[in-house]
Ligand binder design. Structure first.
Ligand SMILES: *Cc1c(COP(=O)(O)O)cnc(C)c1O
Length: 357
């Protein structure tokens, strides 16, 4: 009998996950049967988590990071809101976020019973600060901004949003799940070093090249993390801040290994190569007359007629659309110039039509 095999990565153009770095894969295998949810029993993986946290702190400009390696950006976002809710204790709490916010915020609002106030973005897909200012009130517990949006790769004005949040007595959260391993090499103001941001989501299992599952949740102040802790009577450890109980030591060890291996030079090289690929791909699309959104980070969105989109999918290209219908190509570390060329060649064939094929 043949063993089942996962997908190849050569035609995967819209995913935010990628091939793990070999060092991350090796560490994941070594730590498969460990549980960082019980650090007093599983001390070796607990040390790996400390290591991973210290690296995330360096990457995001935080000297003394508090937090943990979560199952992904979804858990980290839920937990950031939960921490704010537990700390602020309002009887009718709301969270204000731009419409570019990731759909995990809807899950968070739903499970936590918090109102999610979505405000418009500006003409360049960034949070409209005036709209955010109007939406916050005495019951706002948290304002969220995105550093590297899922659909267009845009960075919200984090320092301005942080001022608005703090003026309203709310916490400021930055969702850098996708952008966190790219942004250190750009001029954007997005991190703990650029503004008194309270919490951040940053996913090692995306641009960090760790194995799935490895998300990151960081807090500037320990008291905010502590607002998540519950007592854990039957474990060797006394309390637990994570949302899941037993969790993946493979994810934790792989995140630590990937960052040891790649921060900063490996990540910088990856960013530079993939940004060049995104810029090249954008120019190729524009030269063909397609309406494309200029990439600020390695992510290109473009209007593509439905028949072309469907034909490309039929050819095995793994592509998706934004909510407003654009094709989105995420230049993750596995996406090569060669595969983008092959994609454009297929697009040209399709656009030329069957008559001349
Ligand atoms: C991917 C992503 C998430 C969700 O992360 P998961 O790891 O898929 O749970 C949240 N926010 C942003 C900006 C993302 O790109």
């Amino acid at each position: 009998m043949q063993r089942a095999a996962p997908q190849q990565f050569d035609r995967v153009l819209s995913s935010m996950c990628t091939k793990p770095h070999p060092a991350a894969r090796e560490a994941a295998e070594r730590f498969l049967a460990t549980n960082p949810g019980d650090p007093a029993t599983y001390q070796a993986v607990a040390a790996q988590e400390e290591d991973a946290l210290a690296s995330l702190g360096e990457i995001t400009g935080l000297d003394e990071p508090h937090g943990y390696i979560a199952s992904g950006g979804t858990e980290a976002n839920i937990q950031a809101i939960r921490a704010a809710r537990n700390l602020v204790r309002d009887d009718n709490p709301n969270v204000v976020a731009p419409e570019s916010i990731h759909f995990s915020f809807q899950k968070a609002a739903d499970v936590l019973g918090v109102e999610l106030r979505i405000v418009p973005v500006d003409g360049d897909y960034r949070a409209d600060t005036e709209a955010v200012r109007e939406a916050v009130d005495d019951h706002t517990i948290l304002v969220a901004g995105v550093a590297g949006t899922t659909e267009f790769g845009r960075v919200d004005p984090i320092p301005e949003l942080t001022d608005i949040a703090h003026d309203a007595g709310a916490l400021m959260h930055v969702d850098a799940a996708w952008g966190g391993f790219i942004l250190p090499f750009t001029d954007h103001e997005w991190s703990f070093a650029h503004a008194p941001v309270d919490s951040m989501t940053i996913d090692p299992h995306k641009y960090g090249q760790a194995v799935v599952p490895a998300g990151g949740l960081l807090f500037r102040n320990k008291e905010v993390l502590d607002a998540l802790a519950v007592d854990t009577p039957y474990l060797e450890s006394a309390s637990q801040a994570s949302l899941t109980g037993t969790r993946s030591g493979a994810g934790v060890a792989s995140a630590a290994a990937a960052m040891r291996e790649l921060w900063p030079d490996g990540y910088r090289e990856t960013y530079e190569r993939q940004q060049a690929n995104a810029n090249w791909f954008y120019n190729e699309l524009v030269a063909r007359g397609y309406d494309a959104v200029e990439p600020e980070l390695p992510l290109v969105a473009a209007r593509l007629p439905e028949p072309e989109f469907d034909s490309l999918r039929d050819l095995g290209w793994r592509i998706s659309r934004t909510a407003s219908g654009e094709l989105r190509v995420v230049c993750m570390p596995h996406v090569t110039r060669e595969s983008l060329r092959a994609f454009l060649a297929d697009l040209d064939d399709i656009a030329r039509g069957p008559a001349r094929n």
